[in-house]
Design a protein around this ligand. Sequence first.
Ligand code: SIN
Length: 327
Amino acid sequence: MPHHTDDLLTVPPDCKVVILGTGGTIAGRSVGADDPVAYVAGQVAVRDLVAGVPALAQWPLALEQVAQVDSKDMGLPVWQRLVRAVELHMAQPSIAGIVITHGTDTLEETAYLLQRVLQPAKPVVLTCAMRPATALVPDGPQNLLDAVVVAADAQARGVLAVCAGQIHRAEHVAKVHSYRLDAFSSGDAGPAGCVEAGQVRWFQPLALPEAPDTRLLAAFLAAPALPKVPLLTSHADADGDLVRALLTLAPEGLLVAGTGNGTLHDNLVAALLEAQHAGVRVVRASRCAQGRAMPDDRNPFPVAAPLNAPKARLALALDLLAERSGR
Ligand code: SIN
């Protein structure tokens, strides 16, 4: 439901939103405003991003620079800092919601991680940009403003992503285009809602949060490294050499993005069976940009929950971590 008000962008009373900066193209800087490719991500401080959006001047905001990275380089240390920061701020009664500025490239993995380990009851809204902050017409300022509006919305909860006016849920969001401003899709599920001129319009109700898995959270925050789970793809002319080479690195799991419905080249199946017999957890997903791998009893390897391959890889690593920590 939209806020019923004549004033666009009216701040809900007592609403404080925290904005956590992690880098990305939204904080990118290029030498020339006319070059949308040759820029360095993660350069502009979150306070300067907020200062660049005049409409945010009226919002009660708190800002924290958690990291300043190109999200292709995202990894456990930044994730642990981010999870700690979100947990800390969420626990404050005065905080209505949290916005995270993030690179587009691994945004869906961070979104899945935050949902899985925190199950937040308050909204945690990731936002991003496809053009650097120094572009002639940057998309980051509008995305940031929209994300703050969503984070303050009374119906918002759980981990969401806001980009190009659309609101996506953590489990569905995926980057599906390398260049377009609306680079994200929720696939068959469709977006959860949209932001139009400062008003939120929900298309679907958001699920109630599940009880947080406090043991998984503690194990995640204490882990020196996540369980080693390489991501492989099945393809024409595949052989098993890569799998056999990987076995020398002692992986705990292997996530295989199969063709179509998660089907695998026979040569790969032979090598993966060797891995499975050696105690490695092998799980399948689909390499297709949309749709999912369906369970098939005839296949020796189970399918992941309906997640795309990068999220399924992370899900398997978290499953193994949870098992390792004695659940
Ligand atoms: C990144 O993911 O940090 C760089 C690319 C982007 O944000 O679009």
